[in-house]
Ligand binder design. Structure first.
Ligand code: FES
Ligand code: CO
Length: 327
């Protein structure tokens, strides 16, 4: 917790904590930057508070939701969405509830079908991404995907074009065609974007059609990035956002938002199953990388021209002063 407070870049950022549809009748416990939180849905929206009953330190996520309140599993203390304890069943009627009976709450909002939490002072009222999402496209949300690796390592893997031919050989790339064309990174209003990178893909999205794809990578926030793909000789457009929740320095949970202008009739599971396959392949790599924390000193590892997106990412994290999950 100490370290995350010293990391305003992440402390004041919105983090994805759940799919909106996950927060229903049951409270859900999550970790954000080492803090344990409980989420529950009240009539006023999703509330996020410290996952600890002030009475005897039991996680509120073991309790239940009753109306707009969350009820502790141990002695039934009831908290409202402001974190105030509003009912202590064992207390004789007429006695005032101690004002100290409160648990801290955190900023919480819903956007794009995800629940987001900010532990500090949010930089903006809602996460940045809505303005970048084309509402005409078909949206598919994926996750939560727990990964035993630091958030920045997972994001960098997503931004890495030259792994496609090896880790995802036969799907997103072909090891017979590993060369990466020259490209550059440009910045516009704080968003870092690559120019187009051409990749031959035997099966880019699980439908089994080989194409030459053109990739553009974008870096929005320390743990929020996107790739945009178009295919040669086709009008098909594919966007994939990756939003990563930093739980501890070496564990995180990934969420994805896929947007596409094709395949209205293809069942969601085709895309989800495909993404799951890719994730298993990537996890084997990122969960074994050393050092576990992403090195921000550019002298620490070797870089090629084709690693420009990753270099821009590391530079950006350094500029923003991200220390959680980095070295
Ligand atoms: Fe929660 Fe006692 S520990 S009510
Ligand atoms: Co990959």
């Amino acid at each position: 917790m100490q370290k995350s407070i010293q990391d305003p870049a992440l402390w004041n950022e919105w983090h994805p904590v759940a799919l909106s549809e996950e927060i229903g009748e049951k409270p859900k416990g999550v970790s954000v930057l080492g803090e344990k939180l409980v989420l529950y849905r009240s009539s006023k929206g999703v509330a996020a508070m410290r996952d600890l009953c002030i009475h005897r330190g039991v996680p509120l996520s073991l309790g239940r939701v009753q109306g707009d309140r969350i009820v502790c599993a141990y002695h039934g203390w009831e908290y409202d969405e402001s974190g105030a304890c509003v009912c202590i069943p064992a207390m004789p009627k007429g006695q005032a509830i101690p004002t100290k009976a409160k648990t801290p709450t955190f900023s919480c909002c819903e956007s794009l079908g995800f629940v987001w939490v900010c532990l500090g002072e949010p930089r903006r009222p809602i996460p940045l991404y809505e303005e970048f999402v084309d509402p005409e496209l078909i949206a598919l949300r994926m996750g939560p995907y727990p990964v035993q690796a630091s958030g920045p390592r997972v994001v960098e893997n997503f931004l890495d074009v030259s792994h496609l031919m090896f880790v995802h050989d036969g799907l997103l790339g072909d090891r017979e065609f590993p060369e990466i064309n020259d490209y550059s990174m440009v910045e516009e209003n704080g968003v870092f974007r690559s120019t187009e990178i051409e990749v031959y893909q035997p099966d880019p999205d699980g439908r089994g059609h080989g194409v030459i794809s053109r990739y553009t990578y974008e870096i929005f926030t320390p743990l929020g990035v996107r790739l945009i793909k178009t295919a040669d000789g086709s009008d098909e457009l594919f966007h994939l956002f990756l939003f990563v929740l930093p739980e501890s320095e070496t564990t995180c949970t990934a969420f994805m938002l896929q947007l596409r202008n094709y395949g209205k009739d293809i069942p969601d599971h085709v895309f989800v199953d495909f993404q799951n396959t890719l994730l298993v392949q990537d996890k084997l790599i990122v969960e074994n990388q050393k050092p576990e924390l992403l090195p921000l000193d550019l002298q620490a590892e070797l870089h090629l021209k084709c690693d420009r997106v990753a270099i821009a990412y590391r530079r950006r994290l350094k500029e923003l002063g991200v220390t959680f999950g980095t070295d």
